[in-house]
Design a protein around this ligand. Sequence first.
Ligand code: DHB
Length: 394
Amino acid sequence: MIPKRLVLKAALGLVVTACGATAHAADTGPIKIGLILPMTGQQASTGRQIDAAVKLWVAQNGNKIAGRTVEVILKDDGAVPDATKRIAQELIVNDKVAVIAGFGITPTALATAPLGTQSKTPLVVMAAATSSITEASPYIVRTSFTLPQATTPLADWAIKNKIKKVVTLVADYGPGFDAEKYFDSQFRLNGGQVLDKLRTPLRAPDFAPVLQKVLDAKPDALFVFLPSGQGATFMKQFAERGLDKSGIRLIATGDVTDDDQLNDMGDVTLGIINSHHYSAAHPSATNKKFVEAFQAANKGMRPNFMAVGGYDGMRVIYKALEASKGAGGDALLAAMKGQIFESPRGQVLIDAQTRDIVQDIYIRKVERVPSMGNGLYNVEFDVIKAVKDPGKQK
Ligand code: DHB
């Protein structure tokens, strides 16, 4: 008979061996990055741009970190928050991803925030831009922008340029509320007057009724924020209702004069003053290289601000994975905080306290650029350096 003591020892040995094998497998298996994007539906251009940028990053930087293979798992949520949440849960529980990135609109980021907190999975927000998103979970890091960040400098520009009365028009959800609130308060603080505040639905908006209200109110300017993908429809209705000939100036965030659609919107966009963090015409060597490589890999498609949010998000993830040697959780999150680097948009910082992005905001004018195939571009003519999200300075 084998003594009980030995049986126990052998059994323990097996357990230890099994554990060792498991730990070993986890250390050598792929590092998984979940990527949840709207690849279908109204926000599909956001998904298309970010997916292309993520693929470019991997093509340029390889798929090996700390001796392990990096695997990006792309999932389409159609910009439906319940789908985002379900997919995130599967990625965390079944695929055991180290990090989840993407998030095309604010509601999908907010729906996933509690899962990030519960499972200690870092969530990298590459697109959504409502200020409060980073406060919804300590595991959220953002590489896009915030609406208060983009809007406040434009209100300052408007006042300095003899615009005294405005009407605001925003999409009726989180980022629209931020744009409206921060434009309104900064503009009125500077002595301006807001005559009316108009909102259009996120899904299938019709701009005709609100544009008629703008014509009737006769402001010096109309300020607009609409999410990426709606600019072309808006500009078409703007021209159809004669606002381009009404003497009412149009000022906007760069989401409206989106590089993804701008060249197709036509001459009605010429002269629109807008503010944002990225233009495909940003005159830096880093950006020129980025735009060339992006276009070469995507049949000439012009990268927009969503693409840059995705590209920089991958940079933040890769550098953090290198520092954590492939580990996820708190080690990965810690290594994301405080990163400083030159993005195609300019110098950026991931603020270690807020986990939000600090970046330059540019004031731009839509022009034809002869040196860039005579295309329509947002040409930067002023810059406000290192803008922190004003939404965090309560
Ligand atoms: C959001 C979406 C956009 O397409 C955009 O341009 C800005 C903000 C958002 O839902 O947060």
